[in-house]
Design a protein around this ligand. Structure first.
Ligand code: ADP
Ligand code: MG
Length: 415
């Protein structure tokens, strides 16, 4: 069995062969057992208040299943980047409270990651009861994938479940080290949903397949273009990253965002795009401003006419229309990265309009998938329907780039 069957497998991806061995949580016997569960509870928290609880809500099916089956549930997650040190603002206590509220059931919290206090709390767990451990990244052994720490974290549990897709590209103790130790293990429901939906983009995607990329972090997007080039029909490039592309095409982009360190990579990308017959669409017009802040003067100009001292902050109306035309005719779509500085009104227009067009494509029957931290926020705000909104930013890009995901493949090892 497993979460993927033979027909799901990507022949060009060796590590996915391992995935055939990854168990689904249904295949585990958990009654009365201590189950260590890795979740991605990395949510935005300001002054103790959770600003967006989507990642918690997405974890509920796995938690509820384990409660129903009478497991003793030990939950672990990271929050932010405390770099191995206890950091007051990054405690998971607000998450325990919010989870209690969402589940309508007590979630115990222990302010340690491992140690005597944790052992005592775990011993006190009854069937179907829940304990959340403190932020696993408070421990220096987490990101180092330290074997001694892995032994300690794994010691109370006889079963391991990983439902943290957002950190599946990380080889850390709680995502990898413990899975090497605990033999009885499976992927949670969210992990399974993410893998299945993202796989739809790589495994015989329906044509036309359109890849829409934007945002600022060009580095993480180049491998996706390279790896999907043979499958993709259209590549729409917007947001900050478009200016590096335009610049390399000989266009003077004024003071717009440029990532010079990736110019060589872009040079290498153009022939790949051409050889795979990918239709590349870049902005034709842009909204420009002198500064990126609320209330500044702005105007729309053709991309060739950005004056010195001005920068592109959003795609213009002609581009929105051009992109829309391609999007609504697509049968498969993946979007990562906003089309402009969407945090600032009115520079959110391009991103909003693209979200709406993608919603329309979903209604027309297309498979539409969106990934990325900031893009995710933009989609939530627009309220449009998608086939799948990934909880993993970096992780979804890594997955689509065909890179090995250590936390997933380890679940299929030694079983
Ligand atoms: P994601 O998190 O969805 O993967 P990125 O982190 O790569 O996306 O990029 C998101 C950021 O890109 C946003 O903060 C947005 O303001 C910024 N951005 C988008 N367009 C531009 C632009 N034209 N100039 C500068 N920054 C931009
Ligand atoms: Mg981001």
């Amino acid at each position: 069995m497993g979460i993927c069957d033979e027909n799901d497998r990507y022949s060009h991806n060796d590590w996915l062969v391992i995935m055939i061995n990854v168990k689904s949580i249904h295949e585990l016997d958990v009654k009365g057992k201590k189950v260590l569960c890795r979740f991605d509870f990395n949510v935005p928290i300001k002054e103790g208040v959770i600003e967006d609880d989507r990642r918690l809500r997405e974890a509920l099916p796995t938690i509820q299943y384990l409660i129903e089956k009478g497991a003793k549930i030990i939950m672990t997650s990271h929050l932010g980047r405390p770099k191995g040190k206890r950091t007051k603002e990054l405690t998971l206590l607000p998450v325990a409270k919010k989870l209690s509220e969402l589940l309508g059931k007590e979630v115990k919290f222990v302010d340690e990651v491992v140690g005597d206090k944790v052992t005592r709390e775990v011993e006190g767990l009854g069937n179907g009861e829940l304990l959340l451990l403190e932020n696993v990244r408070f421990h220096p052994g987490e990101e180092a994938n330290d074997p001694e720490f892995a032994g300690e974290l794994a010691s109370p549990a006889s079963v391991y479940v990983n439902d943290a897709f957002g950190t599946a590209h990380r080889k850390h103790t709680s995502t990898y080290g413990v899975a090497k130790i605990i033999k009885e293990k499976a992927a949670g429901f969210l992990m399974e949903k993410e893998i299945k939906n993202l796989s739809k983009l790589r495994e015989n995607p329906l044509s036309p397949f359109t890849l829409i990329l934007g945002g600022a972090k060009l580095k993480t997007k180049i491998p996706v273009i390279k790896d999907l080039a043979s499958l993709v029909d259209n590549l729409l490039v917007g947001g900050g990253m478009a200016f590096s592309f335009l610049y390399k095409k000989g266009i003077d982009v004024g003071d717009s965002l440029l990532d010079e360190s990736l110019f060589d990579d872009i040079d290498n990308l153009f022939p790949i795009i051409r050889d795979n017959d990918v239709n590349l669409l870049m902005p034709l017009d842009v909204v420009i401003a002198k500064e990126i802040k609320e209330g500044v003067e702005n105007k729309v100009v053709p991309v060739e006419s950005i004056p010195e001292g001005w920068k592109g902050v959003d795609i213009g109306p002609i581009t929105i229309e051009e992109f829309r035309r391609v999007i609504i005719e697509s049968k498969t779509l993946f979007w990562n990265g906003p089309m402009g500085v969407f945090e600032i009104h009115p520079f959110d227009k391009g991103t909003r309009e693209i979200a709406i067009s993608i919603g329309e494509a979903t209604k027309n029957g297309a498979i539409t998938v969106v990934g990325g931290g900031d893009t995710d926020k933009a989609i939530e705000e627009s309220g449009v329907e998608l086939t799948h909104l990934s909880t993993g930013g970096g992780a979804s890009l890594k997955f689509l780039s065909g890179e090995e995901m250590p936390a997933i493949s380890v679940l299929g090892e030694g079983v």
